[in-house]
Design a protein around this ligand. Structure first.
Ligand code: 5GP
Ligand code: MG
Length: 177
């Protein structure tokens, strides 16, 4: 168990299991993208550990770049928009693989996809370490999913609670009290 500020978390996915699954995803991508020199676009901060471990197991020619998301409020409080910042590489004509830590409601990845597609890539797919099927509100279907998990708040392996916990090698879920 681990305590972060006022919350207690318990192990959900141990690092050995994460490692095995990440290697399997990389193997699948190696097969799917032979001769395609994919451009990985990792969405910071949460995906940094997943991106590093995934890329160590990619053995075909590829490139990686990193983006951040900035949120800004629309005119109504409900329509907060997200925009990609930091994408300098030309992605027109490229085979793009977006790397995300987690897809929850799907709102974020839907906006990231729209942003990337506007730049005319040849293809776009999403690799997400975690997916919460019960929380999905948008019709997004990531092609590469590490683990489907229950609708619980998780930390570790890049994911944070109020800035803390990104360094943990295992993934933890909020403990019900
Ligand atoms: P969505 O837009 O799909 O609802 O949420 C995506 C973003 O919300 C993720 O990139 C992540 O930053 C954050 N998020 C969603 N669920 C969790 C969670 O269980 N733990 C953490 N640490 N962040 C989450
Ligand atoms: Mg994220």
């Amino acid at each position: 168990m681990v305590q972060l500020k006022d919350k207690t978390f318990e192990v959900l996915l141990p690092h050995l299991e994460i490692g095995r699954r990440v290697r399997a995803l990389a193997e699948q991508i190696n097969q799917d993208y032979q001769e395609k020199c994919p451009l990985f676009v990792a969405v910071l901060n949460g995906s940094f550990m997943f991106a590093a471990d995934l890329l160590k197991n990619i053995d075909i020619p590829c490139e990686i770049t990193f983006v951040k998301l900035t949120s800004y409020e629309g005119t109504q409080r409900s329509n907060t928009l997200t925009q990609l910042v930091g994408l300098r590489e030309g992605i027109a004509g490229r085979h793009v693989i977006i790397i995300e830590d987690i897809v929850d409601s799907g709102i974020t990845i839907e906006q990231v996809l729209a942003d990337v597609k506007q730049k005319n890539p040849q293809s776009v797919r999403v690799a997400t370490l975690l997916l919460k099927p019960e929380a999905l509100e948008k019709p997004v279907a990531p092609e590469y999913v590490g683990f489907e998990i229950a609708n619980k708040f998780v930390v570790g392996y890049g994911l944070d609670y109020d800035g803390l916990g990104r360094n943990l090698p295992d993934i933890y879920a909020l403990k019900a009290d």
